[in-house]
Design a protein around this ligand. Structure first.
Ligand code: GUN
Length: 244
């Protein structure tokens, strides 16, 4: 479901639909106008919750200002919550007993694993504490036996903290925020950002051109974490269909 005219959301939803079509997952799009009421959204979610042939429900965020995002997420059947945003699924992630993994943090873990990097015992620093990325990312790293620090806008001596990282995950939402002097030589740097630079060009939270000279491994934007997020959404959806 997509509500309103957010152009980035439009691109994300199109990419998710394309991925479904490529791998043979049936999908329906509910593209609703900006002025849609909360009741209308909740009614559609209720119908989808009851539909036998629908295994996954995704409401693209952000929603328009007049909609209570929390109420919408809470209305999704946790068994169909392939984004893993529902409080039940968030709680399951916390205790390490979960079916659905939040897509972006899961994609980051998969990139680390596929690159042959062992997380156990490593100093992992996450910049950003959002419910979608920062917090679940920290939990997944912790479940993999990393030592985890979460930094945010109020963190004192941020640079001193980020420089400790063997693995640094940037999810702060500020274009080119992470500079070379914030990164330890030989660190693994993962960029979750989807920002625009001063020329309006798509870029990440990491100043790639600077940091690539310091890091042992680094993900680009676009083409790094983004496609992994979609792959993990597909994985959650297949899982949902297979365990229902
Ligand atoms: N907005 C930004 N990232 C996401 C995501 O992973 N899922 C949804 N539903 N909305 C988002």
């Amino acid at each position: 479901m997509i509500v309103g005219n957010n152009s980035a959301s439009r691109v994300y939803v199109d990419n998710k639909k394309k991925a479904c079509a490529e791998i043979g997952i049936y999908s329906e799009e509910y593209a609703l106008p900006e002025e849609t009421t909360q009741e209308e959204i909740l009614k559609i979610i209720d119908e989808l919750n009851k539909k036998e042939d629908i295994n996954g429900i995704l409401v693209q965020l952000p929603l328009p200002k007049h909609i209570d995002e929390k109420a919408v997420i809470n209305a999704i059947d946790p068994k169909k919550d392939v984004d893993a945003f529902h409080p039940v699924n968030v709680g399951k992630i916390m205790i390490g007993d979960f079916d659905f993994v939040p897509c972006t943090p899961a994609g980051v873990m998969e990139l680390i694993k596929e690159s042959g990097i062992d997380v156990q015992g490593k100093e992992c620093v996450v910049i950003g504490r959002s419910n979608i990325v920062g917090k679940p990312q920290a939990m997944l790293l912790l479940h993999s036996n990393a030592t985890v620090t979460i930094c945010h806008s109020k963190t004192r001596d941020l640079k001193e903290v980020t420089k400790r990282a063997d693995i640094l995950v940037a999810a702060v939402g500020i274009a080119k925020f992470v500079k070379a002097d914030m990164v330890k030589e030989g660190a693994v740097v993962i960029d979750v950002g989807m920002d625009r630079d001063e020329n309006g060009k798509l870029c990440g939270d990491v100043d790639f051109e600077e940091v690539k000279n310091v890091a042992a491994a680094i993900t680009p934007v676009p083409g790094g974490v983004g496609p992994m997020t979609i792959a993990m959404l597909m994985k959650n959806t297949v899982k949902s269909a297979s365990i229902k």
